[in-house]
Design a binder for this molecule. Structure first.
Ligand code: ADP
Ligand code: ZN
Ligand code: ZN
Length: 720
């Protein structure tokens, strides 16, 4: 038998798969096995991606693998990893790294090896042998007797039955027992408890109807489903029941969530309901813990995987259901190579394994609304109305807060209620300038202004992490008059503290998250009697705090000023999601949205909680310009340390792409980032596969061309 092996090496130039001869002990190696193979003078780690009866390589030149590793990846996942590599213009090694046990990666460090403890289990044949007068040695019979009571560690069998390792091996050869490696004890990652808890509830009519539709799909082929439910409509309860239904059918389930740290409640509900059969892929797990969880799933001890985008690669071979919670969330797109979109991977995987895909959101993407079958939850569970939203114009006002906002916050203070305030900009001030000579403080590595952080006494770049002490004088003219422009969350926190005193103010943004953790902030806000949570988009995630009576969005149309076709969609989702955090309890709630253009379409629809109407207005424009969901975008960014090669490389890529009959726009300069000059091409096409192929071939050709050696390439299919 010939194994086609894809080597796990980051080198793009090494083109697998390569053929190896399987004999002897390695005869029964299958697709998904990991092998150590000789490669020239090196030894490499590789994955078997295919088996073939013979090879095109002359048999005397074929070599054998050196060893097989413990890990074996389900065959469908090998296919999925290779598909990701093709679809997102990456390498097979990078695609496969996604589906291997965590820590195996692309050559980085040694793969983790399981701490072995061999366990034995009786097979069906073994049970029959025990019942019949089959020829068994008395040690063998004693061993089978012991195992009839359930699987046990090999050492325990030895103790109880006096049967040693070789006895069990010979029973294994006869097919009477199964020997497996187990890790002991598997580590159980903890999930912090935040927010409202729920026992088992009676489903509302709408929830029951949605569940019925999902369950009906388990038995027949199907399109993906979109659970379009307003904020607070009880989507999580529907997911929980759908997972239970999958488990009842003997199948596993994956639940994708945007980020566990931000939505610990959701993960907590799954653990609460399904206990140890849930593997939670927390971002703070150590690699050892990830590795242990991977094996618990692989062995079938964990049947449900809850986690962010990478959980879409959970090693289940009996997958029945994939849930994508908050499917509009941008975190489903990976930023580094391979730049995969977990939502599309979920679709592909569901189709490969005959699983049901349910994507849920209060503000679904146009892509999903157009392509998926829609299930609707039109009302909040308790029949509560969605909070009224008031949009106020900031034209002519000074300071970050509108008079109406001040009044409402004051009302919260007097009543001892809770409020959430969103400002999608961290730090104290946007940028600093010299009042005398006009100098603006900029990042030395990126063409952007530095943001002032008061508590740290620093100015920092939000693109590359560069930081330096905040200036007290201007280095150009020695003036001591430095002006601060624009308010960020840090400054707003101070302003709110004065306004709502003595109520506590809690800030949540990535600075705080890095320092003290998201869960601790959310936990303190949850436990407080009253108070204000202020922060970046982190505060608008799916939190369920029933006692929040006021939601405020500052500078709501800031995102509209980005030149991006998704600007409206993003603005709409952000405002509608924040609005959804308010008025979840008996006391009701309200929302104030501050904007420079109060009439913007995205804001008007968000104020009306009208995602269907918003998307209906969005679609004709997208159709006309060939934007998603009607067309596909691919972005190619070429970069170099000097100005020039970036642009030249982008020109060369464009020429090849266009020669393949696919239209490309650009190159357009992007701002310098992390010391690299950048030029961008955008390919827009209604023929996805053709465009991807054209880009892949063009980039490979230009990257291999020595005259473009100083340029680097990043390809992003379906950029967000
Ligand atoms: P969504 O995800 O749709 O915004 P959640 O799943 O957070 O909504 O549900 C909102 C609240 O309603 C949660 O506290 C949840 O426990 C509760 N809930 C869900 N379904 C029911 C039900 N059928 N009866 C009563 N309460 C429910
Ligand atoms: Zn100056
Ligand atoms: Zn920078």
């Amino acid at each position: 038998m010939i194994a086609k092996v894809e080597p796990l090496t980051p080198a793009r130039a090494l083109r697998g798969p390569f053929d190896y001869l399987l004999t002897g002990a390695l005869e029964n190696v299958g697709v998904g096995s990991m092998l150590v193979v000789p490669f020239g003078r090196r030894r490499l780690l590789g994955v078997v991606v295919e088996l073939a009866p013979d090879s095109e390589i002359a048999s005397e030149r074929l070599v054998q693998p050196l060893a097989a590793l413990e890990a074996n990846v389900p065959e469908t996942l090998v296919d999925l990893g290779l598909w990701v590599a093709r679809e997102y213009v990456s390498t097979p090694a990078r695609g496969l790294a996604l589906v291997l046990p965590p820590g195996t990666g692309t050559g980085a460090g040694r793969p983790l090896i399981p701490r072995r403890s061999l366990r034995a289990a009786l097979t069906e044949n073994g049970r029959e042998a025990l019942a019949s007068p089959a020829r068994l040695g008395h040690r063998q019979r004693a061993a089978l007797d012991t195992l009839a009571g359930g699987p046990a560690a090999v050492t325990a069998v030895a103790r109880r039955a006096g049967a040693d390792h070789s006895t069990l091996r010979s029973l294994e050869r006869r097919g009477f027992v199964r020997l497996e490696n187990a890790t002991h004890p598997p580590r159980r990652p903890q999930v912090e408890e935040v927010g409202a808890r729920a026992g088992t509830v009676e489903l509302t009519g709408a929830q029951a109807r949605a569940l019925e539709q999902i369950v009906a799909r388990f038995d027949s082929p199907h399109a993906p489903l979109l659970l379009h439910g307003v904020t607070g409509s009880g989507k999580t309860e529907v997911y929980l029941r759908a997972v239970a239904a999958a488990l009842e059918r003997g199948r596993s389930a994956i639940v994708l969530v945007p980020e566990i740290a931000l939505t610990p409640q959701t993960a907590g509900r799954f653990v609460e309901r399904f206990g140890d059969s849930v593997a939670v892929m927390h971002s703070r797990l150590s690699s050892r813990e990830r590795y242990d969880e991977w094996w618990r799933m692989r062995r079938g001890e964990a049947r449900v995987c809850v986690g962010p985008r990478s959980a879409v690669f959970a090693p289940f071979d009996d997958l029945g259901l994939i849930v994508v919670d908050e499917e509009h969330d941008g975190s489903y797109k990976q930023e580094g190579d391979p730049r995969y979109d977990a939502r599309l991977v979920a679709e592909r995987r569901a189709a490969l394994q005959g699983a049901v895909l349910v994507a849920g959101s209060a503000t679904p993407r146009p892509e999903s609304l157009v392509r998926y079958e829609r299930l609707e939850l039109a009302e909040r569970v308790d029949g509560a109305v969605l909070p009224p939203v008031e949009i106020v114009s900031m034209t002519g006002t000074s300071g970050p807060l509108h008079e109406r906002t001040r009044q409402e916050l004051d009302a919260v203070r007097r009543a001892g209620d809770k409020a959430i305030v969103l400002l999608n900009r961290r730090g104290w001030s946007n940028f600093l300038s010299c009042r005398l000579c006009g100098r603006v403080w900029e990042c030395p590595n990126c063409d952007v202004t530095l943001v002032f952080h008061q508590a740290a006494g620093e100015v920092a770049c939000h693109h590359c992490g560069h930081r330096e002490p905040a200036p007290s004088t201007c280095p150009d003219c020695a003036s001591v008059s430095v002006a601060r422009h624009g308010a960020g969350t840090e400054q707003l926190e101070r302003e709110l503290e004065e306004l709502v005193s003595p109520l506590p103010v809690f800030r949540l943004d990535s600075d705080v998250a890095a320092a003290s953790g998201v869960a601790s902030v959310l936990g303190r806000f949850h436990r407080a009697e009253a108070g204000v949570l202020v922060g970046t988009q982190m505060v608008a995630k799916g939190h369920d705090f029933p006692d929040v009576t006021l939601g405020v969005v500052l500078d709501a149309d800031a995102t509209l000023r980005f030149p991006d076709f998704r600007a409206e969609e993003r603005t709409f989702a952000l405002v509608a999601q924040l609005a959804g955090r308010s008025g979840r309890g008996r006391r009701g709630g309200r929302v104030i949205v501050q904007a420079l253009e109060p009439d913007a379409r995205a804001l008007r629809h968000a104020a009306a909680h009208d995602s269907t109407g918003f998307i209906a207005g969005e679609l004709p424009r997208r159709e006309a310009f060939g934007y998603p969901p009607y067309g596909h975008l691919i972005r190619v960014v070429c970069s170099s340390t000097e100005a020039g090669p970036d642009h030249a490389a982008a020109d060369a890529v464009r020429e090849l792409v266009e020669r393949a009959g696919v239209l490309a726009l650009g190159p357009a300069p992007l701002f310098r980032r992390q010391g690299r000059h950048r030029a961008q091409l955008v390919v827009r096409s209604r023929e996805r596969d053709r465009a991807i192929t054209a880009v892949r071939e063009a980039v490979e050709q230009v990257a291999a061309d020595r005259s473009h050696a100083s340029a680097s390439f990043a390809v992003d299919v379906d950029p967000q």
